[in-house]
Ligand binder design. Structure first.
Ligand SMILES: Cc1ncc(COP(=O)(O)O)c(C=O)c1O
Length: 435
């Protein structure tokens, strides 16, 4: 092996080993579990009435989140509108509930747009790359409530051609790629914002009046702030006549839910390195916490940055498009143990097709045995009943014991699990609202 290659590998390994990983404190998990166990009777009654497996929809939890988020941003921003990113949970009751809470909806396909109209949304943001002719046409048919967030120069041309053909004006914004992001597929580079604006400003039908960005997966607002600063620097050079055309800035979603990210150690860079070097590491070995900034502080920091970088130039409305922060705890899964194959190996009645991806190979969701609740966690491989090995719910349960017929709760599965469900071998569990 060449010496410089060895040194390169060594320096990467050193850097990974130096990363601080915060362990997930057990008291946090214990108090989280005890709140869920308080609702044991309600959950058990649902299974008795509707069978198992089930998705439970908690409308009150959703309303509570919606109100908290609105309050956090309305407290610090003079003009703000909240849009729910439908992709994070596409159940119609979720959208309908949020529309009642005065949310607009953020959609990324014709299917979502149709669902948003059915849900009665008064204002809809349509973002996303590669919108088709039929999606653009559908948006124009609802131009009274849709704002198009244009993803490229080509999309502007396509939208303009159809709008012109139909003689239908439509409001629009343009999406920029956050300078902190490597995801080139979304939006246009910030350097092209001015040429884009110059090109689109005189369109008779596409009324460009806003800028959008979305930065994903933020435990704290650093990336969003960096993007707001970059937009401020860019538009500072614009003439007043152009600045006056900006009526909204959509700063996307990407706020991490308050409990932070709960990960298995093997999903961290150190864990991955270890399992690569030593073979599969023990999956029960350690859970980690990536803390998240509380939403009030998130909103305050973003508002300060907007004040410093944007509002001295443009007093525009701020739009936000959160998904996971709103709906994460609006759905839970209830499963039943079908088979106990060993003292630490059970099979439950739902497969991970219900959540659409191998989520619990990396994320930690405590599994609560509602039939025998206890404040202790026991190692146990909990598999789904799909005829494939990639079907794991978790590596431990909270309870006294685990036996066939026991009802298990997998909490907080409202974000990017229900939406990603798929029919694969087993059907998708039905959704039952809880009072
Ligand atoms: C354009 C856009 N807005 C908002 C969101 C919602 O993000 P989150 O659920 O992380 O808040 C997404 C998610 O991918 C998105 O693509």
């Amino acid at each position: 092996m060449k010496a410089d290659f060895r040194e390169l590998v060594q320096s990467h390994v050193d850097r990974i080993l130096e990363e601080t990983i915060e362990p997930l404190p057990e008291e946090i998990v214990r108090s989280y579990i005890s709140q869920l166990v308080e609702r044991q009777m309600d959950f058990m009654a649902l299974v008795q009435r509707h069978g198992s497996p089930l998705y439970v929809f908690d409308q009150q939890a959703l309303q509570k989140r919606a109100r908290k988020l609105q309050r956090a941003f309305e407290r610090v921003l003079p003009q703000v509108s909240c849009f729910f990113a439908m992709k994070s949970n596409n159940h119609p009751l979720v959208a309908a509930t949020l529309v009642e809470e005065h949310f607009g909806l953020d959609v990324s396909s014709g299917t979502e747009l149709h669902a948003a109209i059915v849900a009665g949304a008064e204002e809809i943001m349509f973002s996303g790359p590669g919108k088709t002719q039929s999606e653009l046409t559908l948006a124009l048919e609802h131009a009274d409530r849709v704002t198009m967030l244009i993803d490229s120069f080509g999309e502007f041309e396509r939208l303009q051609a159809i709008a012109c053909d139909r003689h239908t004006p439509i409001r629009a914004g343009v999406r920029i790629t956050p300078p902190t992001s490597t995801w080139r597929k979304f939006g246009i580079p910030l350097e092209e914002l001015l040429p884009f604006w110059e090109k689109a400003k005189s369109s008779d039908f596409v009324h460009l009046c806003g800028i959008q960005f979305h930065s994903s997966w933020n435990h704290h607002p650093t990336n969003q702030i960096a993007t707001i600063q970059a937009i401020g620097r860019a538009i500072r050079l614009w003439p007043k006549s152009l600045l006056d055309q900006i009526t909204f800035l959509d700063i996307g979603g990407g706020f991490w839910p308050p409990q932070g990210e709960w990960l298995l150690h093997k999903a961290t860079r150190q864990g991955k390195l270890l399992s690569f070097l030593e073979g599969a590491a023990d999956p029960i070995e350690g859970r980690c916490l990536v803390p998240a900034t509380p939403i009030d502080s998130f909103a305050e920091q973003l508002a300060t940055s907007l004040e410093e970088n944007i509002f001295d130039l443009v007093k525009c409305r701020i739009c936000i498009e959160p998904g996971r922060w709103i709906c994460n705890d609006a759905m839970h899964l209830l499963l039943t143990v079908v088979d106990k194959k060993d003292k630490n190996l059970v099979i439950v009645d739902a497969g991970t097709n219900a959540i659409g991806w191998e989520r619990f190979e990396s994320d930690y969701a405590p599994i609560v045995n509602l039939s025998r609740p206890a404040e202790t966690e026991h190692p146990c491989q909990i598999y789904g009943s799909l005829c494939t090995p990639e079907d794991v719910w978790g590596y431990a349960y909270w309870g006294e014991d685990i036996l066939p017929g026991d009802v298990l709760l997998v909490p907080d599965q409202g974000a990017y699990t229900y939406s990603l469900r798929q029919y694969f071998i087993k059907p998708v569990p039905p959704v039952i609202p809880i009072k």
